[in-house]
Design a protein around this ligand. Sequence first.
Ligand code: PRP
Length: 178
Amino acid sequence: MAAPPRVFLPEHKIQERIREMGEQISRDYPHGPLYLIAILKGAFMFVADLTRAISTPTRIEFIGISSYGRGKTSSGEVRVTKDLDVSIEGHDVLIVEDIVDSGVTLTYLLNVLGQRKPKSLEIATLLDKPERRLRPVQAAYVGFQIPDEFVVGYGLDYAEDYRNLRDICVLGEGVAAV
Ligand code: PRP
């Protein structure tokens, strides 16, 4: 573990924004069930808070994705490592992501899930780094647009560390990028 992280988005701001996102999603989807599909592992904390901010009945599912040949972004081959346990055919589906970076992961997942005939398919992401985009992915719900900083905490990791931080933080100087 290297230099201590510095707070970038404090817990209260994250929670306030998630409440707003939940209200907007509840208005947009007045009828449940709304399927929230969280991408492991980074989105586990966001989906837990987001589902409690949504008044429409939700169902929570998890999907595992891995990508190869990636450096700081997922520029490599993407595949499903843990699939959904249920069919999403005919249902409203919201993919819940912690961060959209290159857009490679979501481009792949939109294609995979789109083939399963959901009634609707949209994306909710807590963080969006538009300047890193390699694929033109647009999330319907974005918590915060952020600059190209390497962020950790609130589910996001650096080599599996820091996921449990309540705030979203930037790692200090001298920490090599993954
Ligand atoms: C991160 C993040 C997104 C993806 C975004 O996952 O949680 O799923 O990268 O990057 P992209 O837009 O460039 O595809 P990661 O592979 O680090 O796994 P983790 O969620 O288990 O930490």
